[in-house]
Design a protein around this ligand. Structure first.
Ligand SMILES: [Fe+2]
Ligand SMILES: [Fe+2]
Length: 321
């Protein structure tokens, strides 16, 4: 039995990081009620406040939504870890994965419905991008390695939490409180999920520190590819990079965030305080130097991106961003 498989008891203890169904929100709670008698003025008010979003925030929102909508990719990837041969297995790992998938599934649903109802984006082009992304698939880069998958999940849950949280602030600044509330809700889910994966990896550091730290270093050496990095609208060859540049320019997700995530994970996993030997000690040195390295690079990356020409986005009817 692998170490990850042997952690069923640990996973069981942390299943409370999923929210009970009686308490959890659903997308409908944050959208105008189309069954109400006065649905039309309600929808009108909803669309009016959505007009306050500038194009750059729309592009970010679409990119974040597409990343969430490619959930089948991530479930397939984590399915290897959960090892659920029947699809209804009652082991803690399998229960976590299904519960996590069900919670994540609301994110794409809610953002998709929000965007459709605003009438502000080219939904067909957005849908085409989701279709491409799911067909193109997704890899953490650490093929077949359960450790890398779990480290990647810790990283990404925090990255999405920051990105949704930052977008919430920018939307609120523009007076679009509906979207701000939605993004805050999603960010709160990502936070619970982040806690789970970070605790699991923390336990891997207890049980198998050397393999874990080498997997972590391997992931950072490859640069942590974002989950949506294989997105395409069938036209723009560098769609993801263009979206990432807008995220950087608006401050929704930047190199400084990347550095802060590594800094946080290093501290959460006790990299500076644990004692490692040999190869693992070298890996710890490398990892502890990464936050500063990216902080130093941040200015350079920022100015490079600021100089990039704007490009048309099919998502917003070819307006350039
Ligand atoms: Fe999510
Ligand atoms: Fe997530």
């Amino acid at each position: 039995m692998s170490i990850v498989e042997s952690m069923q008891g640990f996973v069981e203890e942390n299943l409370s990081l999923l929210t009970p169904l009686e308490q959890i929100w659903q997308p409908t709670d944050y959208l105008p009620d189309l069954t109400a008698e006065d649905w039309s003025p309600r929808l009108g008010r909803f669309r009016e406040t959505a007009e306050r979003l500038p194009d750059d925030l729309l592009v970010i929102l679409v990119g974040n939504m597409i990343t969430e909508e490619a959930l089948p990719n991530y479930t397939l990837s984590l399915g290897r870890i959960a090892k659920d041969p029947t699809g209804t297995t009652d082991t803690p790992w399998a229960r976590w994965l299904r519960g996590w998938t069900a919670e994540e599934n609301r994110h794409g649903d809610l953002l998709n419905a929000y965007l459709r109802l605003t009438g502000r984006v080219d939904m067909r082009s957005v849908e085409l991008t989701i279709h491409h992304l799911i067909r193109n698939g997704f890899s953490t880069g650490g093929e077949g390695d359960d450790y890398a998958g779990l480290i990647y999940a810790s990283f990404q849950e925090r990255a999405t939490r920051l990105s949704h949280g930052n977008l919430a602030k920018l939307a609120a600044d523009r007076g679009e409180e509906n979207l701000a509330r939605i993004c805050r809700k999603i960010a709160a889910d990502e936070t619970r999920h982040e806690v789970f994966y970070t605790k699991v990896v923390g336990e891997l550091f207890e049980r198998d520190p050397e393999t874990t730290i080498l997997a972590y270093r391997g992931m950072l050496r490859r640069l942590v590819a974002m989950p949506g990095s294989r997105m395409s609208d069938g036209r723009d060859q560098n769609l993801f990079d263009h979206y990432a540049a807008v995220a950087q320019r608006t401050g929704v997700y930047t190199t400084r965030d990347y550095a802060s995530i590594i800094r946080h994970l290093n501290a959460a996993w006790g990299l500076e305080t644990r004692s490692f030997a040999g190869k693992a000690a070298k890996a710890a040195d490398y990892l502890c130097g990464q936050p500063e390295r990216y902080e130093r690079l941040a200015d350079e990356i920022e100015s490079r991106i600021a100089e990039q020409p704007t490009v048309p986005f099919s998502w917003i009817h070819d307006r350039a961003m």
